[in-house]
Structure formats: structure tokens, C-alpha cells
Design a protein around this ligand. Structure first.
Ligand SMILES: [Zn+2]
Length: 265
């Protein structure tokens, strides 16, 4: 028994060393939803946006794209996501996650992210209460960025350098992109890392919606759920859908060895 394990380990090491040079890596969070995803969208504070209706529609598009793509590839599975009616601001402003026990994925909107300014969206995993395990997604609508080019103003005697600050307010399309990405985390997907060089003009996001960054200056960017994400979800949940019997082994990452064993790329 021991020697068998050693042989498998060695094979993994050899193949992994090949994979780091030539393959992208896609990991899972090593956890999954243990029930049908039940998504609650919390209306943003009305003062922070005039475009709530558009943001709400964009949020729903980001959620349902996963369902559509999963049904396309595995039509015999049950991939229906429960999305509850949006909870108005006044119905949740003084409440806590425990007051929404029927939601296992919550999507909340904030104006800015004071803790980690570079994050456009975050997903927190709250599994410490056995009665109510949930994922909490925050979408941040406004971002301060420094303009790329420094504006240099020369005075008569002194020269002065002005760094332009600009506020980027997410468009509905960008909200959809961020929701799409964060929902992927809520289903158990980690980031898709590009380890081999991108071809000219190619972006990481062209390969997966789970690439770690989104370019806020690119207003046209349109993330899609791609094949690697769907194949990875199949490894986590099986082909029968959210409630299907769990696979014996949850695949941890889509390196070349998993590709050989499970065809996850
Ligand atoms: Zn992410």
C-alpha cells in the first residue's frame, strides 16, 4: 500500500512540474454549496445610485448566466438557481445575515470599499454556524483610481506634478461582470491563473471569468462563463446538478494531472 502511494505521488510531482511551465492553473475553494443555491439580492442604499433598476437587472444576468451555461453542457442535471425577490433597502438596513436564513448566497452593494480599495467585489465564506452556512458577496460601486499619465504643470519658477484622481462608477455591464465572477466563488471556484504567456492581444479573462482581475477602464469588457468553469463545477457537483450525489473526490485544481484524469480543461 505504501509503495503504491509513493508511485502515485512521484507521478504527480513529475507531471506537475511539467504543468507549471505549460498549463494554466484553476483551483477550487475546496468547498461547495451543500444545497441548491438560494440567492438573495439586497437593494443598495438608494442615495448611492440612481441606477438601481439597471444594477438589479445586471445582477440577475450575472447570476443566471451560470444556470444557462450549466444547462447547455449538462442538460440532464438540475442546475436551477433559486433567486428570491430583491430585498428592499428598508427591509434589510437594520438586519443581520441570520435574519435571512433561507439565503445561502447574499449579494450586497456598497458605495466604496474602505478596507481593500483595489477590490471591486469580495466573497466572504461564513460556514462557522452549522445551521446557516452562507456566502456573502459585496459589490463596490465606486473606485478611486490614479490616472495613468501624470499631468505635469510647469510654472515660471517651480514645476509641479499633479496626479489626477478619478472616480470610476461601475456601469451596469461591469456590475454584471463582477457578480458573475463572485458567484463563481460562491459555487466553490477559486481563481484561474494564467501561467503560460498570453498571446498578443489575449487577456486572461478571455479564458475564464474566474481570472483574478477586471480592467475598470475597459467599459466594453464582457465576461462570459467559459468551458473551464463549467467543467470544474461538474467536478465539484457531478453532472446531476446541485443536489446530485457528491463525487468521491473533490478535484482541487485543474492542473495537467487533473486534466489527464478528469479532462477538466
Ligand atoms: Zn475573485
Amino acid at each position: 500500500m505504501k509503495s503504491k502511494i509513493a508511485a502515485i505521488t512521484l507521478m504527480a510531482i513529475l507531471l506537475t512540474s511539467v504543468s507549471t511551465a505549460h498549463a494554466d492553473v484553476f483551483e477550487t475553494l475546496k468547498l461547495k454549496q451543500d444545497n441548491r443555491p438560494s440567492v438573495c439580492v439586497f437593494e443598495a442604499l438608494p442615495e448611492i445610485t440612481d441606477d438601481w433598476d439597471l444594477f438589479e437587472a445586471a445582477t440577475l444576468m450575472g447570476i443566471y448566466e451560470w444556470q444557462i451555461r450549466l444547462y447547455e453542457l449538462y442538460p440532464n442535471g438540475d442546475w436551477t438557481i433559486d433567486v428570491h425577490e430583491t430585498i428592499p433597502w428598508e427591509d434589510h438596513q437594520h438586519k443581520f445575515a441570520k435574519d435571512f436564513g433561507y439565503c445561502n448566497i447574499m449579494i450586497n452593494f456598497e458605495k466604496t470599499n474602505e478596507k481593500k480599495k483595489s477590490a471591486i467585489g469580495t466573497t466572504s465564506i461564513v460556514f462557522n454556524n452549522s445551521n446557516h452556512k452562507f456566502m456573502f458577496i459585496n459589490i463596490y460601486l465606486e473606485h478611486e483610481t490614479k490616472a495613468k499619465n501624470l499631468k505635469i504643470i510647469f510654472g515660471e519658477e517651480n514645476s509641479e506634478i499633479t496626479v489626477e484622481q478619478k472616480t470610476i462608477v461601475l456601469t451596469p455591464n461591469q456590475v454584471r461582470n463582477v457578480v458573475l465572477h463572485e458567484i463563481g466563488h460562491a459555487f466553490g471556484l477559486a481563481h484561474y491563473d494564467v501561467t503560460n504567456p498570453l498571446k498578443p492581444g489575449e487577456r486572461g479573462t478571455d479564458r475564464s471569468s474566474m481570472y483574478y482581475s477586471i480592467d475598470l477602464n475597459d467599459k466594453e469588457q464582457w465576461l462570459e462563463v467559459k468551458l473551464p468553469e463549467i467543467l470544474m463545477l461538474k467536478e465539484i457537483y457531478g453532472e446531476d446538478g446541485w443536489l446530485g450525489s457528491s463525487p468521491a473526490w473533490i478535484v482541487k485544481s485543474c492542473t495537467i494531472i487533473n486534466n489527464l484524469l478528469f479532462g477538466c480543461k
